[in-house]
Design a protein around this ligand. Structure first.
Ligand code: GLA
Length: 398
């Protein structure tokens, strides 16, 4: 196999096997990968009520909502103290949560919140330990549509149990799955469809047990940051996970960093290309008030988003790798195939894909998504010359 002028050592063809999972209320809410915005990557612990309301306004004014981004997700640091009845109150940054959520809904958007199965969140705020049903009910009463549930200090509870039962090798995993199921059941019991998003950094293969706790998505890795090195380390580590994703349950390689300023446009294009190929939840993490045309070109590209959101719900996977050059494919509805070619090297390189190998022996029509250009009919090898650290995204059809 030739790839970018090099002999490709191995060829991994992706075999996508969708696990048949009965869709519950939560899962039905995520038949395609959830799309929205989350406060953490840009605002972190500084986020306020005013920031969330402004984000909702800008989801509309920037065109994000029209492009399909509907969740406005408030991450950690909204929590205050519990009262004598165990009711969790907000802290002073969020004086009236229900009013703020109503505001988000009034824009035609959905609202997501954050908690932890531990006593404390990762930011040290109150978690849901021993208050799962009470918190789930409060979220439903508030009109919450999405919950990110972040392991954080529940790890301490698991470690303590492991220390007490050193002979029981599986105790930590069993406790973690049970803790996630407890909240999954509590959400289900509210009767409100709430997308349930697990955040436990991909430990103990959540892609295997996630559906059994009612999850619609689960983080597959530790945290992303706004650097090319971290982004590609996460993105390309997703090889082989495609068979665990499908309508209602998605692998989540973490939120987007596009627009946060520390990668080049070509690197952010690689980020978006890889995430749509992975059928990843698309949760933007930028300051929407500072979106540049370059950010909009990537985040609002309808054809790229359609690759992510394709009705077949198949996650893409690696077809070839040779050193710093990779080709990934993703089956799309209508017999089409998305092909992403990546140059991760420090110099301009040719990367190619053999159309016969991806099911188009007698040739195919090629559309270049980022150039917004039809490349016409091609047969055999399709070659693209890619500058360093960049990616191309093609739609191949009969
Ligand atoms: C963890 C999660 C992040 C974010 C922070 C909040 O690190 O992985 O995505 O939610 O906690 O404290």
């Amino acid at each position: 196999m030739r790839l970018g002028g090099l002999l490709c050592g191995g060829c991994l063809c992706c075999v996508v096997v969708l696990t048949a999972v009965q869709a519950s209320g939560q899962e039905k809410a995520a038949m395609t990968p959830p799309m929205g915005w989350n406060s953490w990557n840009h605002f972190a612990d500084k986020v306020t009520d005013a920031d969330v309301r402004a984000a909702a306004d800008m989801m509309v004014s920037t065109g994000m909502k029209d492009a399909g981004y509907v969740y406005v997700n408030l991450d950690d640091t909204w929590e205050g103290e519990r009262d004598a009845q165990g009711v969790l109150h907000t802290n002073k940054k969020f004086p009236y949560m229900k009013g703020m959520i109503d505001y988000v809904h009034s824009k035609g958007l959905k609202f997501g919140i954050y908690s932890s199965p531990g006593a404390k969140t990762c930011g040290g705020y109150a978690g849901s330990l021993d208050h799962e049903a009470q918190d789930a009910k409060m979220y439903a009463d508030w009109g919450v549509d999405f919950l990110k549930y972040d392991l954080c200090s529940y790890e301490d509870v698991m470690l303590k149990a492991q220390a007490e039962h050193p002979e029981d090798a599986g105790i930590k995993k069993r406790m973690m799955v049970a803790a996630y199921k407890k909240m999954g059941d509590a959400l289900k019991a509210t009767g409100r469809p709430i997308v349930y998003s697990l955040c436990q950094y991909g430990v103990d293969q959540p892609w295997v047990w996630g559906p059994s706790v009612g999850a619609s998505m689960w983080r597959t890795t530790d945290d992303i940051d706004d650097s090319y090195g971290r982004m590609i380390a996460i993105g390309f580590s997703q090889v082989g996970l495609s068979k665990f994703a499908g309508p209602g349950h998605w692998n989540d390689p973490d939120m987007l960093e596009i627009g946060n300023g520390k990668m080049t446009d070509a690197q952010y294009q690689t980020h978006m290309t890889l995430w749509v190929m992975l059928a990843a939840p698309l949760l933007a993490g930028n300051d929407l008030s500072k979106m540049t045309d370059a950010d909009k070109r990537l985040l609002l590209n309808k054809e790229a988003i359609a690759v992510d959101q394709d009705a077949l719900g198949k996650q893409g996977d690696r077809l070839y790798v040779s050193g710093d050059l990779e080709v990934w494919t993703k089956s799309l509805s209508g017999g089409r195939v998305a092909v992403a070619m990546f140059n991760r090297s420090w110099s301009t390189r040719d990367v190619s894909v053999d159309l016969a190998e991806i099911g188009f022996k007698s040739g195919a029509k090629i559309r270049d998504v980022w150039k917004e250009k039809d490349l016409g009919e091609k047969k055999g090898m399709v070659v693209d010359t890619l500058p360093k650290w960049s990616a191309t995204l093609l739609i191949v059809s009969k």
